[in-house]
Design a protein around this ligand. Structure first.
Ligand code: SF4
Length: 60
């Protein structure tokens, strides 16, 4: 299974104190499809995404 290289340090996921919620988001965004994540794309350009940027590109 593929996994995002930013998984351990991702600030987006650290915002979720609820473990079940974070696990669901990881399954949805951070495994096989992580290359589609808006945060991952910014990180791969060498920049830091804002903390409130969701993987789907929305700012919340
Ligand atoms: S939210 Fe995006 S950048 Fe963060 S760990 Fe998941 S796939 Fe990687």
């Amino acid at each position: 299974m593929k996994e995002c290289p930013n998984l351990e340090k991702c600030k987006f996921l650290q915002n979720f104190s609820n473990e079940k919620c974070a696990e669901a988001l990881i399954l949805l965004y951070c495994r096989d499809d992580f290359e589609k994540c808006a945060r991952y794309k910014i990180r791969s350009e060498g920049k830091m995404p804002p903390d409130n940027l969701w993987p789907n590109g929305e700012m919340v």
